[in-house]
Write a protein that binds this ligand. Structure first.
Ligand SMILES: NC(=O)c1ccc[n+]([C@@H]2O[C@H](COP(=O)([O-])OP(=O)(O)OC[C@H]3O[C@@H](n4cnc5c(N)ncnc54)[C@H](O)[C@@H]3O)[C@@H](O)[C@H]2O)c1
Ligand SMILES: N[C@H](CO)Cc1c[nH]c[nH+]1
Ligand SMILES: [Zn+2]
Length: 858
């Protein structure tokens, strides 16, 4: 039975009501001036309670959208309701008609008489609600009578109506959860009056259930215990022997009260609670009827394993390896489809549910969230056709027919396997799912990589050149290579390039040089902190730098420029390049030319951990360096981290720079082809790259246009297979506002941020975390990768929250100096001597006082 109370709130005046209080005792009612106001409110609150919407100002077509978005009921004038139901297939149980005059009443009754299914509509009056029963014969089959009260509502009037089965709509300003001195309508009194007490005890029989409606136990309530339960928001009951019973007060197994309802004839109250601690029963079981079984039991187990899974257990492995869960879900789904007997189908479905629930629990999603989502889907009025995606349809040999569509949909792609990013509308997606989608693709666990890299580093450290060559022969297959290094001056024949390539390198070199030269501290910073106390800061280049240029999946001479040019500008005396050679032992001429232009002394012909170790410790022929910079794969990054942690190596590193990534924020004005091209430019780096699109207020048609561009452009790329891999873990978020887009982007902290926005420049002040920003539609990220002048060696994996990309400062140290005159020492002496005394460091104090004696004597 519905709660006798519905609380009317102003949708935008959030501070004036507490939605959780309302959810505990009834449902919520809003008067919306347009559909999006109603839909925003539903999205924000429908996980907690049913939302009723006065849609009289919205219009019939948009009212359907409001129902579709999950409004439990919409209230319309009688005329609106009749025209809406005549034109649409709207379930009548979701509609309530305002009956304000005899004319309304007659019209509705005539219509009901001819509409067999429609007797379930609700009716609402602002005056004589009880009279509506006589006219319409409610309540039956879900038909409900409402009375909408104004500010002059009294508790007595509500109780009186409730006694007749009328649900009262009370303004939130006149509502309180428990009785107040100013006589507002108190929920505890209205609920207590509605309940039919037990004839013998005078108490109210109460069933306690968990979030999913599973019975936990049977108890009694009284008017007093009900008031206490609502006041404290916890489970409080009436024990027949011991009076008021605050559940969990002694055992610690307390309850959070979620909502109170009734059975069909109000002689049993239902408390929905979140049970904390061991369980509801004093015997320590989940319920008084025994332990949880089935899904509830599985969920409890998985939730507690997530907190503390025994190391080495299968569940621990699953929680640590999302790719394994992904693979198991697909495997079990396939097995379920292939199962034939009843028992096989049950067994395979159970397996699938196990892995699906593991995925959910890992992401903080509960069965309650899933069930709520199912309920919301059930509230949809317009249903999707439900065809399978082509990729899956073809897999099982299903032919799909194309839906006729009046709007010019983008031409569907000819190839079966669409390359398409998944899409998330943030407004109807739980935060945990959004967070999960923002995770970078899973990598091999750090420990596994460390175990692979450790012996390589140790080998190179003890065996020098021979160790390096061993791994170059193994990984690069360059078995003919006999020396791991080439030294400057580099012979001309190693730099044979087309004039176009030379020109391109020269232009890029010059722009990078200009931008990084401008970052120089021209003169020392000098500050006189007190008269005679002069502090200064000046910079010096790091003497020996090792620059790693990746070469596994693509040769990147541009990275050679991004590292070599600032090293040269900073004045580093010894610049060592390292890059994996080709299998014939040679190195790309572009890299040699870049090394030559930057004044590198040598090029180490090795990649991965072996190159990093060689530069960190030095070998017979490879120079030991003071700092290693440059991006690379997981082996390179892990090796950089390890050598920088070894104090005996005396080497530092720039930052963790891993698989490339980009986040594009696009508005309605953005060109879909440009957006897609930017996404693909980073997706083609590697299957572990990730690209994110945040679409601000784009509609389905606009989103489809971008999807189609992604698919078409991707299929035309030579690296389409890499792109397919990276698009699989890439995602489009559809958001309502730019502010939301910026919040998501700042949280993700992308390596590259592209603003394809009409007013892109104005948005830059809102950027908090990003490696490098590309402003406006004429600034593709590729210009930063190669030639604009900014650096492309940037922090990935969200490290843009705390690291800068490579810049001139990455190649210098700052040194400070102090220079005091006698007057200066006099001025600062007492502070120094006092603090030295506080720390008990007398020699520090004496170093000042001994000078003060001399100054004072002269
Ligand atoms: N963040 C940035 O600024 C930036 C810039 C450019 C490139 N990148 C990224 O750098 C990465 C480059 O990676 P890559 O793989 O192409 O080249 P890479 O040069 O970093 O790695 C290749 C090396 O990995 C080693 N390796 C391969 N398999 C191994 C194994 N099983 N055990 C031990 N070592 C092994 C080999 O020694 C090989 O030489 C890409 O992810 C790219 O997106 C990032
Ligand atoms: N986008 C890469 C940095 O994440 C750099 C690069 C080199 N070449 C092309 N792109
Ligand atoms: Zn790139």
């Amino acid at each position: 039975m519905a709660s006798p109370l519905v609380i009317a709130v102003q949708p935008r005046a959030k501070s004036e009501y507490n939605i959780q209080d309302i959810a505990r005792v009834g449902n919520v009612f809003i008067k919306a001036s347009n559909a999006s106001e109603a839909i925003d409110f539903i999205n924000a609150n429908s996980a907690l309670l049913d939302v009723y919407v006065d849609a009289t100002d919205i219009g019939a077509a948009d009212a359907v959208e409001v129902l579709n978005a999950g409004a439990s009921k919409i209230f319309l004038t009688t005329k609106q309701l009749i025209s809406l139901t005549d034109e649409n297939e709207v379930p009548s149980t979701r509609l309530v008609a305002y009956v304000s005059s005899d004319e309304d009443s007659t019209e509705l009754r005539n219509w009901l008489a001819n509409a067999p299914e429609s007797q379930n509509v609700g009716v609402c009056s602002t005056t004589n609600a009880a009279g509506l029963f006589e006219k319409f014969g409610f309540p039956k089959d879900g038909g409900q009578v409402y009375k909408s009260f104004g500010d002059n509502v009294t508790e007595e009037a509500v109780i009186e109506e409730a006694a007749h089965g009328v649900v009262a709509i009370v303004p939130s300003s006149q509502f309180s959860i428990t009785p107040t001195a100013d006589g507002k309508v108190s929920a505890s009194n209205v609920l207590a009056s509605r309940a039919v007490p037990d004839a013998n005890t005078g108490l109210i029989a109460t069933l306690v259930v968990d979030e999913r409606g599973v019975s936990l136990g049977f108890v009694w309530s009284s008017k007093e215990s009900l008031k206490e339960a609502l006041k404290t928001g916890t489970g409080v009951y009436q024990s027949r022997k011991r009076g008021l019973w605050y559940k969990g007060q002694t055992s610690g197994d307390t309850q959070e009260l979620l909502s109170i309802g009734f059975d069909c004839d109000a002689d049993c109250m239902v408390f929905k609670v979140k049970q904390l601690g061991r369980g509801f029963c004093h015997l320590g079981t989940n319920t008084c009827f025994g332990k949880y079984r089935g899904l509830s039991s599985l969920q409890k187990t998985l939730q507690s394993r997530k907190e503390s899974a025994p190391p080495g257990s299968y569940t621990a492995r699953l929680f640590n390896d999302p790719k394994l869960v992904e693979a198991k879900i697909m495997e079990e789904a396939e097995e379920l489809c292939q199962a034939t007997t009843k028992s096989e189908i049950a067994a395979e479905a159970a397996d699938l549910i196990y892995f699906a629930l593991t995925r959910c629990v890992a992401a903080g999603v509960s069965l309650e969230d899933i069930e709520r989502n199912l309920d919301m889907k059930n509230l949809k009025v317009k249903r999707r056709k439900g065809d399978a995606k082509t990729r899956w349809a073809e897999k099982v040999g299903l032919t799909t027919e194309k839906a006729p569509d009046s709007t010019p949909a983008p031409v569907p792609a000819p190839k079966s396997d669409r390359i398409e990013m998944k899409r998330i509308h943030t407004s109807n997606t739980p935060v945990s799912v959004i967070k999960d989608a923002l995770q970078r693709p899973s990598q091999k666990s750090n420990e596994a990589i460390v175990e692979l890299v450790k012996p390589i580093i140790a080998d190179v450290r003890s065996n020098g050149d021979a160790g390096v060559l061993k791994y170059t022969h193994k990984f690069e297959k360059a078995t003919s290579l006999t020396s791991p290094v080439i030294k400057a001056p580099f012979p001309e024949h190693l730099m044979q390039l087309s004039s176009d390539t030379i020109k391109a390198i020269d232009v890029s070199f010059e722009n990078i040089r200009k931008f990084h030269s401008a970052q120089k501290d021209d003169k020392p910073l000098i500050v006189e902190t007190m008269p005679g106390v002069v502090c200064s800061r000046f910079s010096r280049p790091i003497e020996r730098v090792g620059l790693y240029i990746p070469g596994g999946t693509a040769v990147l001479p541009s990275t050679a420029l991004m590292l070599g040019v600032p090293a040269m500008v900073a004045g580093c005396k010894r610049i060592v390049f390292a890059s994996p050679p080709r299998s014939d032992g040679s190195i790309s001429p572009e890299i040699v030319y870049a090394a030559h232009k930057c004044g590198a002394e040598s090029i180490v012909l090795a990649g991965g951990a072996q190159a990093v170790a060689a530069m960190a410790y030095g070998t017979e022929s490879i120079t030991k360096v003071d700092k290693i910079l440059g991006p690379g794969n997981q082996f390179v990054t892990a090796a950089k981290m390890m050598v920088s942690n070894d104090t005996s190596a005396g080497v530092s590193i720039d930052m963790p720079a891993g698989p490339s990534e980009v986040l594009v924020i696009a508005d309605k004005k953005a060109n879909p082809a440009f957006v897609a091209s930017d996404l693909l430019s980073q997706a083609e780096h590697g299957v572990d790259s990730q690209v994110i699109l945040i679409a601000v207020d784009l509609d389905d048609k606009e989103l489809a246009a971008i999807d189609e561009e992604v698919h078409q452009q991707a299929n035309a790329l030579p690296r389409v297979d890499i792109v397919r891999g990276s698009i699989e873990h890439s995602v489009t978020f559809v958001v309502k506002t730019l502010e939301e887009a910026m919040n998501l982007s700042n949280e993700y902290a992308p390596e590259h941020l592209i603003l394809q926005l009409e007013n892109a420049e104005e948005v830059v002040p809102l950027v908090e975390n990003a490696g490098s920003v590309f402003i406006g539609q004429w600034t593709p990220e590729s210009v930063g990768d190669y030639s604009a002048g900014v650096n492309h060696s940037l922090p990935t994996y969200g490290y843009a929250k705390q690291y800068s990309g490579v810049n001139l400062g990455s190649f210098v140290k700052h040194i400070t100096s102090s220079n005091l005159s006698p007057e200066g020492l006099l001025n600062v002496s007492s502070a120094v001597m006092q603090l030295a005394a506080v720390e008990g460091l007398d020699a520090h104090k004496r170093a000042v006082s001994i000078r003060m004696d001399v100054i004072n004597k002269s």
